[in-house]
Design a protein around this ligand. Structure first.
Ligand code: GLP
Length: 256
C-alpha cells in the first residue's frame, strides 16, 4: 500500500505545480548553495510544465552557482530527430534547459543535461551508455515523474518488469492515443517506440516526486490508492516500495 500521508492535495493544477516546485527546490537549493552536486531527474508531458515554470522562478530568485547541477531525462521517443518539434529534447529546451541557461550562464545543457538520443543508430548501445552516464554522475538525487492514464511511468508500459533498465520499448495503444494530442490529433504521427529508463533505474533515485492533475488522472490515482501490493499491469504501483516518494495531486485527480 501507499502510505496515505505521501499524497499532497492542492486545489488545482497551478497550486499543485507550485507545491511540487517548492518541495523540489527545498532539496536542490541546500545542495547547490553548499557547492555540492545535485542530479535532478526530469519528466516531460503536460504534467510538469507549470512545475518547471515555478522552479525557474525559484532559480531566478536564488542566484545559485549551477555548475554542479545536472539534469537527466526519463525518456525520449525513438526514433525521432532531436530537432523535431515534439521530441522531448525540444520540450526540455523550451520548458527548462533554455530558460535556465538564460537565468544563469553557469548551466550548460550541452554538458549538464542528459536525455536519451532519439537519433542513435545503435539503440541498444545508446541504452547501455545512458545507464553508464547516470552511474558516472553518482545516480539521481530526485526524480520527477508524471503518470500515464494506464499507470505508466516514463515509458514503462503495463507489463514492465521491476528489474528493467534503460531500453527500447513499444508504446501502448493507450499512450499513442493520449499523446496524439501533441501530434495534431494524428495517432499515426506518434512514434511507435521510445527509449526509457527502466523501473529499476527509476527506483534507484534517492527520492521521487510524482505530479498528477485533472480528472483524466483520477482513475489511475484511485487505482494506486487501492493497490495492496505492486502490480505488473500498473507500473506506478512499483513505487510503493520506494522509501521516499511524494505525490502532488490536484483536487480533480484526487477526486475518484
Ligand atoms: C508520457 C511520458 C511520461 C509522462 C506521461 C504523462 O507519455 N512518456 O513521462 O509522465 O506520459 O503525460 P502527461 O503529463 O501529458 O499526462
Amino acid at each position: 500500500m501507499f502510505d496515505p500521508s505521501i499524497f499532497t492535495e492542492s486545489p488545482d493544477f497551478n497550486a499543485a505545480s507550485l507545491e511540487a516546485a517548492k518541495y523540489i527546490f527545498s532539496r536542490v537549493h541546500p545542495a547547490l548553495s553548499e557547492g555540492k552536486q545535485f542530479v535532478l531527474g526530469m519528466a516531460t508531458g503536460n504534467s510538469p510544465i507549470k512545475l518547471y515554470e515555478e522552479l525557474l522562478t525559484l532559480f531566478r530568485g536564488a542566484d545559485l552557482d549551477l555548475s554542479q547541477f545536472y539534469t537527466v531525462n526519463l525518456d525520449e521517443y525513438y526514433p525521432i530527430p532531436q530537432a523535431h518539434e515534439q521530441s522531448y529534447h525540444t520540450y526540455m529546451m523550451q520548458h527548462f534547459w533554455g530558460p535556465l541557461q538564460q537565468i544563469s550562464g553557469t548551466f550548460n545543457p550541452q554538458t549538464q543535461a542528459l536525455i536519451p538520443n532519439g537519433e542513435a543508430k545503435d539503440s541498444t548501445a545508446e541504452c547501455a551508455a545512458y545507464e553508464d552516464k547516470i552511474k558516472a554522475l553518482g545516480g539521481i538525487d530526485l526524480q520527477i515523474l508524471g503518470i500515464g492514464t494506464n499507470g505508466h511511468i516514463g515509458f514503462n508500459e503495463p507489463g514492465s518488469d521491476p528489474d528493467s533498465r534503460t531500453r527500447v520499448v513499444q508504446l501502448a495503444e493507450q499512450t499513442i492515443q493520449d499523446n496524439s494530442m501533441h501530434f495534431a490529433g494524428d495517432a499515426t504521427a506518434v512514434p511507435r517506440e521510445a527509449i526509457t529508463m527502466g523501473i529499476a533505474t527509476i527506483m534507484e533515485a534517492k527520492e521521487l516526486v510524482i505530479i498528477a492533475s485533472g480528472q483524466s488522472k483520477a482513475p489511475i490515482i484511485r487505482a494506486l490508492k487501492d493497490a495492496k501490493e505492486p502490480q505488473k499491469d500498473i507500473p506506478a504501483t512499483y513505487l510503493m516500495d520506494h522509501p521516499a516518494v511524494h505525490f502532488f495531486v490536484d483536487a480533480a485527480a484526487n477526486a475518484a
